[in-house]
Design a protein around this ligand. Structure first.
Ligand SMILES: [Zn+2]
Ligand SMILES: [Zn+2]
Length: 338
């Protein structure tokens, strides 16, 4: 039994330490190759070398500090809010949850706490995460209400650092060939390895950043995107069985009740309103409402909420087809915070 527990502990620690060490190692290796080998080594004598070194060091520090802060601040757990504690069966839920008006109140059976809208239970973190986006293996932690802004900044900064690293490595290889340096010296293998890593990181981060930016500007989390896809797929099946018109099918499709309707507003709700907040690894300034700041309550798009409620009624009163898909759609409409 002890051996089993020790093994379990080892696996838990490894899954926490390995990805975090790997991210820091990739960043440090890039700083060494670009900053020290190329900027201070190959270009050390030129006037541009030290300038490029300071830019590289600045990008490195921004990335590492942001990464550290995503972990340090954490996603925000329901367990940190004593007012979400469910004491007895008939215990009244806090007012701000009742007033939120978005959906029925839910209780997490594992945490025994009220679950605000957009909160989900993460089995890896073993807690309910506020405005859960996803559990990120690169941080070995959830991304949620409190660290989402810093997570987005880290993604954007990592893309800039990877492209910067790629460009300088490319320049190094080009110069080596153009000046025929290969006749009397070897190319630094570290720079080549780092260049390959930077190129693959640039491509994968460009795709991932693009997807994450789309979610952010649409005011939805990664989980909500999958919920929307599942729901719309079921609407297709349901409408197909009813042989309804295209307009009728489209009117039943998912509406995001947390989308403010403005790309800029969706950006500012997460990233803050000032340039300093967008650039520096600081937390977003207050939204003017303690429950919104804490990720317990959200402004609701009334137009979209009205459509979703109307659709719920339409489905509920559709006696023509009491099939599985209809009950699944109703289930998704009434349990959107599970
Ligand atoms: Zn939970
Ligand atoms: Zn998690």
């Amino acid at each position: 039994m002890n051996i089993f527990l020790n093994f379990q502990l080892f696996i838990n620690n490894a899954s926490l330490i390995f990805p975090r060490t790997l991210v820091n190692a990739i960043y440090a290796y890039s700083l060494y190759c670009i900053g020290f080998v190329i900027c201070l080594g190959t270009l050390g004598e030129s006037s541009v070398g030290p300038l490029l070194f300071w830019i590289t060091l600045g990008l490195y520090l921004h990335g590492v500090v942001t990464y550290y802060r995503v972990i340090k601040i954490g996603p925000g757990f329901t367990s940190s809010h004593s007012n979400l504690l469910r004491l007895t069966e008939d215990n009244q839920a806090p007012d701000f949850l009742i007033n939120n008006g978005t959906q029925e109140l839910h209780i997490c059976k594992k945490c025994d706490l009220y679950k605000p809208p957009r909160a989900h239970h993460c089995s890896s973190c073993n807690a309910c995460v506020l405005k859960m986006d996803h559990h990120c293996p690169w941080f070995a932690l959830c991304i949620g209400s409190q660290n989402y802004k810093l997570f987005i900044q880290f993604l954007l900064m990592s893309l800039i650092f990877a492209v910067w690293s790629c460009a300088i490595s490319g320049w190094y290889v080009w110069r080596f060939i153009a000046e025929e340096s290969y006749t009397d010296e070897y190319m630094d293998l570290n720079v080549i390895i780092n260049g390959v890593i930077a190129l693959s990181m640039s491509v994968s981060l460009a795709v991932f950043d693009g997807v994450e930016m789309y979610f952010l500007l649409k005011g939805m989390t990664t989980i909500e995107y999958y919920e929307k896809s599942d729901f719309n797929r079921d609407v297709d099946v349901f409408s197909g069985s009813m042989m309804s018109s295209k307009e009728e099918e489209d009117s039943l499709k998912w509406r995001n009740i947390f989308d403010t309707g403005s790309v800029r507003d969706n950006w500012e709700v997460v990233m803050g309103t000032t340039l300093w907040e967008w650039l520096l690894p600081v937390q977003r300034s207050t939204l003017g409402d303690i429950h919104r700041d804490e990720g317990l309550s959200f402004p609701v798009n009334k137009e979209n909420l009205k459509i979703m409620r109307r659709n719920e009624q339409r489905l509920r009163h559709n006696n023509q087809h009491s099939d599985n898909v209809r009950s699944r759609l109703l289930g998704q409409l009434s349990s959107r915070s599970d």
